[in-house]
Design a protein around this ligand. Structure first.
Ligand code: PEP
Ligand code: MN
Length: 451
């Protein structure tokens, strides 16, 4: 915990609160220099884009849209390549098509990308063979290799994070508006992915139906112009407050402050303390924000978070992302959703079926089983069905690469397969085929929910 009592303006009010999960920067002068540099750097996103996403999340809250949020657990500087980013984008687009096709609901697409470089850790140090070093906190802070040099927190990495985020977001914008996301190319999004998998076969059938629908519209003289491009927003956990504060900008016309590091930022399970620096900082920005809720979240906490972060009850301003675990979601979620609804609050409820279902496999790899992921989503839908509320979306850790990090799915990956291609810098991600499998099954749940 770091407490810093310099209190300069409202947006800096977080500095007088305890900030959990901040790196132990060895050189604060250097940190200040980097922050000063970032304070003058161009924003990654504009306030108007953030407002548009907030309005779309308002539609999610009302049950008129579905949110798909996904990407790496931890982006890495080395992983910031065109094939990797495009693979994630195409996976998200394919999932969105499957979900839209199955549910007839618009899907709001938000990547965990262009800024997802900092990680909270359960322990500040890692011990290997008797040697203790600072834990890896993401490429924004230190290196992954278990050496003293790599694990030393380096403020210059915040600059690299900003630069890497700008190149990723540039690619996202070019891809989404420059033809990459054109719905008439729905088959092409399969390029580069393993052919012949059950998921790809099912996807091709839907792509064929979309082709016919587009041809029908054209034959009728309707120009499906709106289908040539779509929006993909950028999101990350707003963990490193020095970074977020340095990229906060006040809109001259409205006087409102925005985190310009991404469209949506969220508060993680370990930093949602009501009196902590994160809630304080987030209460001062006008972006759409989300909070992760794990098994210890009580209805009182959730209502207090809503009061702190969305006192004016602006639809879409605050999203709750629940990550209870497959075993607990049916027991713990009804009370939260029920009490929030009883207060008349309309919020997007989003299911993160990843973080409550992590375990260590016999091989020593941190993993998750596809069946647990699906079971948590099913429980999430059951709860909303019984309460008459809207299951608003999915928050996933996934990649377009054919990694072997999570068990099960169409290929039925087993523990012995994990070593084949285990590449994550932090938590295990669904691979492309497993991600599509989830989309098909959730599309069916959404369709049944809306019947
Ligand atoms: C994450 O999203 O990678 C994460 C750390 O989640 P949580 O805060 O829910 O544990
Ligand atoms: Mn994670």
């Amino acid at each position: 915990m770091i407490t810093n009592s310099s209190h300069t303006s409202a947006i800096d009010s977080w500095r007088s609160r305890p900030a959990a999960q901040q790196p132990d920067w060895p050189d604060h002068e250097e940190l200040d220099q980097v922050a000063a540099h970032l304070k003058n750097a161009p924003p990654l996103v504009y306030a108007a884009e953030c407002d548009r996403l907030r309005d779309q999340l308002g539609a999610v809250a009302r049950g008129e849209a579905f949110l798909l949020q996904g990407g790496d657990c931890a982006e890495t500087f080395a992983g910031n390549t065109a094939p990797a980013v495009e693979g994630k984008l195409r996976t998200l687009l394919q999932m969105a098509v499957v979900l839209t096709h199955g549910s007839s609901l618009p899907v709001v697409k938000v990547g965990r990308l262009a800024g997802q470089y900092a990680k909270p850790r359960s322990s500040g140090t890692e011990v290997r063979e008797g040697m203790a070093l600072p834990s890896y906190r993401g490429d924004a802070v230190n290196g992954h290799a278990f050496t003293e040099a790599d694990r030393r927190p380096d403020p210059q990495r915040l600059r690299t994070m900003y630069e890497a985020s700008t190149t990723t977001l540039n690619l996202v914008r070019a891809f989404m508006t420059g033809g990459g996301a054109d719905l008439s190319l729905v088959h092409r999004w399969n390029q580069g992915f393993l052919e012949g998998t059950p998921a790809v076969g099912r996807y091709e059938r839907i792509a064929g139906e979309i082709d016919r629908a587009l041809a029908f519209m054209r034959a009728c003289g309707v120009d499906p112009g709106a289908l040539h491009a779509t929006e993909m927003y950028a999101s990350h956990e707003g963990l490193l407050l020095d970074y977020e504060a340095a990229l906060t900008r006040v809109e001259p016309e409205t006087g409102l402050a925005y985190a310009t590091s991404g469209h949506l930022v969220w508060i993680g399970e370990r930093t949602r303390d009501l009196d902590g620096a994160h809630v304080e900082y987030f209460s001062r920005i006008s972006n759409p924000v989300a909070v992760k809720l794990g098994p210890t979240a009580t209805p009182d906490t959730v209502l207090a978070l809503s009061e702190r972060l969305n006192p004016d009850q602006i639809p879409g301003r605050l999203t709750f992302v629940v990550r209870m675990g497959a075993e607990k979601v049916r027991d713990l979620l009804p009370d939260l959703v029920g009490k929030v609804a009883a207060e008349g609050l309309v919020v997007p409820w989003v299911c993160d079926p990843m973080h409550g279902n992590t375990f260590t496999a016999s091989t020593g790899h941190k993993t998750r089983h596809f069946d647990d992921v699906l079971n948590e989503v099913a429980g999430f839908f059951e709860v909303h069905r019984s309460l008459g509320t809207h299951p608003g979306g999915l928050h996933m850790e996934l990649t377009g690469d054919d990694v072997t990090e999570c068990l099960g799915g169409g290929y039925n990956l087993e523990a012995d397969d994990l070593c084949l291609r285990y590449e994550t810098a932090c938590d295990p991600r669904l691979n492309h085929s497993q991600s599509l499998d989830v989309a098909f099954l959730v599309a069916e749940m959404l369709r049944n929910h809306r019947r």
